[in-house]
Every structure is written in C-alpha cells, then in structure tokens.
Write a protein that binds this ligand. Structure first.
Ligand code: GLN
Length: 201
C-alpha cells in the first residue's frame, strides 16, 4: 500500500490530501495520505507534498522542530517531493524577495533553482490562467496563482514542464517536482497523478 505525506504546518494542507487521494483512486492505487508535522512522521512515506502558504512561517517552524533537516536528508536520499508555491520556495537553493531583495529564511535548499518571492506584486497578486503542459497531454491545466513566486533560474539538471509569460512555473529535477501555482485548488489531479507515477517509477 502506498503511503504519501503532506507537510502540515500551515497552508493548503487538506486540499492536497484530497487531491492525492483522488489521484491515487484515479490511478487505481491503494494508498493512504498522512499529515507530516514532525520528522518522525516521515517514516515509511514514499513521497511528500509541501503545500503553499507562507514559506517563512513554514520554514521557521520546521527548522525549530527538526523537520526541515529531516526533509533535506530524506529528499537528498531520493524521497520524492512535490512543492507548490511556498513549498517550491522552500525547495529552492536560493531565494530573494521581489521588493526587499535578499531575505534570510530557512530553506530545504535541495532543488537547483533560484526563486523570487511575491514576484507578481500587488496588481496581479492572484490570477488564473490556462497553462499548456505537454507532459500531461493537450488539455490545458488551469493555473491558480496566489501571491506566487517566480523561478528565475534553473540548473541544467532541471526540466521545465510549463512556462507562463516566459518564466518556468512547473519544473522537475529527478524525483522532485515544483509548481509556482496551486493544482490542489482545482479538480484536475493530473499533476498529482504525474507526481505519484514519477515517485513510483
Ligand atoms: N508569498 C508566499 C510566500 O512567499 C507564497 C504564497 C503561496 O504559497 N500561495 O511564502
């Protein structure tokens, strides 16, 4: 039986739990999703999602409890991970803020990407747009962006699966997947299914 986890400090946790359950059902897989609050909760999970929310809060709490370093170690050893929005910020090796520039915030720092927080600023703080994601087929994917970051740099080992306005919005590095938008806020589970299939491959 497949066991997946969702980091549950803050943010869009229950939405990801629902999406993962639906994705497993659609793939015909028997599995369960558990909430990851402490490092011990990572035991036996075969993949983990880091949701959107507030990356500074999540990072600081996870650092204090030891979850941040446990995640780093497990992911470096191959644990599949899917970050969305704030989760993607935490996965990045480097982060800066669109307005204030350099920021000091705890990161997991495992993905070879550089990220700009709150990139879209006030006017376009939240928006929705149809994304073309060839890996998922020809049907567009509704991208829900909420105070989204932008990926300004990806390393050679990072695959860009989708872009918006010339910038990567869905990227993959081996078993690590990261989106700057919120697939868990739609009924479309194709990205969660892709994550699960990639985790099991
Ligand atoms: N702006 C948030 C951050 O910097 C991310 C927003 C989100 O996850 N929806 O952490």
């Amino acid at each position: 039986m497949l066991k997946l986890g969702v980091v549950a400090i803050q943010g869009a946790v229950s939405e990801h739990v629902q999406s993962l359950k639906l994705a497993m059902a659609r793939l015909g897989l028997d599995g369960d999703v558990k909430l990851v609050k402490k490092s011990i909760d990572l035991e036996n999970v075969q993949g983990v999602v880091i949701p959107g929310g507030e990356s500074t809060v999540m990072g600081r709490v996870a650092e204090r409890t030891g979850l941040l370093s446990a995640l780093r170690e497990r992911i470096e050893n191959g644990l599949p991970v899917f970050g969305t929005c704030a989760g993607t910020i935490l996965l990045a090796k480097e982060v800066r803020d669109a307005k204030v520039g350099k920021v000091e915030q705890p990161l997991i720092g495992v993905m070879d990407i550089k990220i700009i927080r709150n990139y879209y600023g006030r006017q376009k703080e939240s928006f929705e747009v149809d994304l073309d994601i060839p890996t998922l087929g020809s049907k567009p994917f509704r991208g829900v962006f909420i105070r989204a970051p932008a990926i300004e740099f990806v390393g050679d080992n990072v695959k860009i699966l989708a872009t918006y306005d010339g910038l990567p919005v869905l990227v993959q590095q081996d078993k690590m997947l990261a989106a700057t938008f919120h697939p868990e806020l739609t009924n479309d589970t194709r990205i969660h299914e892709f994550f699960i299939k990639n985790a099991l491959s």
